[in-house]
Design a binder for this molecule. Structure first.
Ligand code: G4P
Length: 191
């Protein structure tokens, strides 16, 4: 997605070689038109996958996901990162470890919002080590439903997430694939 790559090149900052700061359009200030365009790319790629619902993980995945859900005419479900006091009881839950943030959290989904016949598209903002996407996939599979695809806004291809998801056989589509990050250097995989 060229307009996303251009924004990453003009506004992104590489922090410490592994982390790309994009809080001027994705993680803090959010550009709605860019989010809408992301939705167009995701909906075009996944239009023939028989998707029935779109899942994301709070919080930065929500904006591109709601735009995708709107364009695909589907409902979106946000997976919670903490066991909600209101959702007690009927939930699917799995522990996810974030290497980037060095913390664990409980990915939680109310059983009401998934059905075994569902074909789920999972969308998230970053793919680094793949733990969040794999956790989301576990929750879907706990319900007996199917992961029909995984959409990622920014994939850091030099980290192991993409390969792990590919090994498990998931169909992964990333809008920008960063191959290299360094001081004043951001490079992409060109496809
Ligand atoms: P993984 O799921 O692929 O294993 O990634 P990891 O746990 O290592 O990192 C997940 C969290 O760190 C996510 O935030 C993700 O957005 C953020 N993250 C990972 N790499 C980058 C990066 O290069 N730049 C930025 N800006 N963020 C990165 P989160 O905990 O889910 O929080 P939220 O931002 O969605 O609220």
């Amino acid at each position: 997605m060229d307009i996303l790559k251009d924004r990453i090149l003009s506004e992104g900052q590489a922090l410490g070689g592994n982390v790309l700061k994009v809080d001027s359009f994705l993680n803090h200030k959010v550009d709605p038109k860019l989010m809408y365009d992301m939705g167009t790319y995701f909906s075009e790629y996944f239009k023939d996958h028989g998707i029935t619902k779109i899942f994301t993980i709070e919080s930065s995945g929500i904006a591109p996901t709601v735009m995708t859900a709107m364009q695909m005419g589907l409902q979106m479900v946000t997976l919670k990162k903490q066991a909600s006091k209101i959702l007690n009881g009927d939930v699917y839950q799995t522990t996810v470890h974030s290497f980037t943030k060095n913390m664990d959290y409980e990915l939680t989904l109310s059983k009401k919002y998934i059905d075994k016949d569902d074909k789920i598209l999972i969308i998230d903002d970053f793919l680094a080590n793949g733990e969040a996407a794999l956790g989301a996939a576990r929750v879907v599979e706990m319900a007996g439903a199917t992961v029909a695809g995984i959409g990622i806004v920014i994939e850091k291809s030099f980290q192991p997430g993409r390969e792990m998801l590919n090994e498990k056989g998931y169909d992964v589509y990333s809008l920008a694939r960063v191959s290299k990050l360094g001081k004043d250097l951001i490079e992409f995989i060109t496809e």
